[in-house]
Design a protein around this ligand. Sequence first.
Ligand SMILES: [Zn+2]
Length: 328
Amino acid sequence: MGKENTTASSLDDLIEKAGGCAVIDGGFATQLETHGASINDPLWSALYLIKQPHLVKRVHLEYLEAGADILVTSSYQATIPGFLSRGLSIEEAESLLEKSVTLAVEARDKFWDAVKKVPGHNYNRALVAASIGSYGAYLADGSEYSGNYGPGVDLEKLKDFHRRRLQVLVESGPDLLAFETIPNKLEAQALVELLEEENIQIPSWICFSSVDGENAPSGESFKECLDIINKSGKVNAVGINCAPPQFVENLICYFKELTKKAIVVYPNSGEVWDGRAKKWLPSKCLGDGKFESFATRWRDSGAKLIGGCCRTTPSTIQAVSKVLKERS
Ligand SMILES: [Zn+2]
């Protein structure tokens, strides 16, 4: 191995404690909606950092109770330019990013303080992963599923877009970073360079979306994308999020040929998001039972981190956690 990796230990420890495969939480906005939240907004679930932070914390607690070993923060679509466009100041925008981390950390600490006193409990002290959505997620035009950012977007522009948010989130004290729904090679390159330039010392994962089950949404091969990530000592895990679950098993096998890094998967429920209409289109939706039987196959195929993305719920994660912890 080349560069010594000093950032891996907390994530590696958690995976080991969890019996070789740790459980990530499920859809955040989906669960907000079950509590009556309306998220048809360019800021999406980030709106609730402003409107109802107690609800954000409640959803985190529900996923902890369900058995999540990792909480992903509500910052996926929380960006400084996004908040500025809603009339907030830079200071307010940065404090909301910080709040996304502190709400998750507070929920984790509260849950752990209570549960660690219970004899024979089956929980791990969860880690908090700061969510960093792709540039396309900020655009809110569906381009996180097309990978098409247009000719005006180059490497520097993507690094500039991500830099300050990354700094603020890291300063807020998460345990790791979760880069989500990355749709193309250029953005993977930007993130790898940024982690190096900012000398980030906490673990991170980079997850791609996929719309055809074989390639990144841009049509670029995962081999090209992972070749870039493999050169980085600062990315600990790589994988897939928010793709349909039926793609995942093949992609785990493919990724295992392409990388030695840990593989992370948290697909959506299989329903289809229409980025323009901003709604879920009905499809042959999987019930929780189906998702959980998929999860054991993903674990057996070599995934080390498994959870759910859009339209999965605490009951999905409870089922996943149960089957993964039973056999370990
Ligand atoms: Zn999703």
